[in-house]
Write a protein of this length. Structure first.
Length: 96
C-alpha cells in the first residue's frame, strides 16, 4: 500500500506520460493483462485509456486490472487511469 505522499508523487509523474494501452469493447482479456504486466515490469507506472465503446467505466476497469496484477491504483481522471507496481528487476522510480 502506498502513502498519500507517494501517490501524489506518482500523480505528478503520470501527468507527463501518454496512455500506452486502450480498453475497448472486448474488455479486459488475458492477453491484455499479460501486456500490462510486462509494461509494469519495464516502466513501473502505466496510464491506460478506456474507450467509449467499452462496457466498463475507468474506475471499474482499474479495479479489475489492479486486482489481477497486484498493482497499486494511482488515479483516475475521466476515461483514463494510472497504475503503479514496483519492478523487481528494472527499478526506476524512487518513492519519497
Amino acid at each position: 500500500m502506498i502513502s498519500g505522499k507517494q501517490r501524489s508523487y506518482l500523480k505528478a509523474l503520470a501527468n507527463t506520460i501518454d496512455p500506452i494501452f486502450q480498453i475497448g469493447k472486448n474488455g479486459i482479456t488475458e492477453s491484455f493483462l499479460k501486456q500490462v504486466d510486462e509494461a509494469l515490469e519495464a516502466r513501473e507506472i502505466v496510464k491506460i485509456n478506456v474507450l467509449n465503446n467499452s462496457s466498463l467505466a475507468a474506475k471499474e476497469a482499474a479495479d479489475q486490472v489492479v486486482d489481477s496484477l497486484n498493482a497499486e491504483f494511482v488515479q483516475s481522471i475521466g476515461n483514463k487511469f494510472v497504475i503503479y507496481r514496483e519492478s523487481k528487476e528494472n527499478k526506476k522510480i524512487e518513492l519519497p
